[in-house]
Design a protein around this ligand. Sequence first.
Ligand SMILES: [Zn+2]
Length: 309
Amino acid sequence: MKTGLITSDTYHNHDTGIGHPEQVARVSVIIDNFKKINNKNLLWKKPSKISDEIISTTHDLEYINFVKQSFPKKGFSSLDGDTIISPGSKEATFDAVGSIIAAIDGVENKQFKNAFCAVRPPGHHCSQNKAAGFCILNNIAIGAKYLLNKYKYKKIAIVDIDVHHGNGTQDIFYDNENVLFISTHQYPYYPGTGSDQEKGKFNNICNIPLPAGTNSEEYLIAFEFALKKLEKFNPEFVLISAGFDALEEDPLAQFKLKTEDYYHITKRILETSKKYCHGKVISILEGGYDLKGLQDSSKRHVDALIEFN
Ligand SMILES: [Zn+2]
């Protein structure tokens, strides 16, 4: 079976201003590369149009309305110090959520085996009612809620490999025994959370904080610990917050991962997922700010999705 690649052109209009690291080119470099490669094992799909009802499983209606009203008619506005929005951000924001919904429906309807959503803005720093760190709605959290509500799953695992702690996702699921949240991240670092003492009400949060300077070998050892936790949980579906900012070249953090590590990490997640949930895995782009590194490592990430599906 094929691997789904979910994207749309609307990310082009999410203008964050000159010099902002969360820029249009982040998704362009990924998409242009996949167009060029033209791998027949990829099934391209557009995001679904989504209702407020789907978003309101995760964010309050008040917050959703606040976000909708915040998009400026022209120029720029901001939702927090880092989270800049422009008129075109609205469609991009809702398409980012719609991408994970389309991916889930595609896997459940057996259109493809697994999927990668190449979209922006990212989502994992957005908590229930607060935009932060380039994130406006929490795409992956809405996806997890959709799996619980629509498909009646009881055990969803979210593996967050972004170099920053996914504080928003952790917040949303802190007291939800149906969701296991595992995160590897640079610590102490932005956004400040993510110590191993934050365990969740049902021991459903697994933080693996690692120091600045963590290299491939050290990271992969720590990641095996994450996989043990994943196995113990026995997930029915695995979602990946795929940040590619743990690369050595990334300007926003200080891990020293190599492109090839993303192939290995993805392969290990898929091997585990095959044992427990028939390889039902959906990945969505979070961070990654070195354009060449992002292009290469997202390609290797998708290579593994194709190969081990
Ligand atoms: Zn990040």
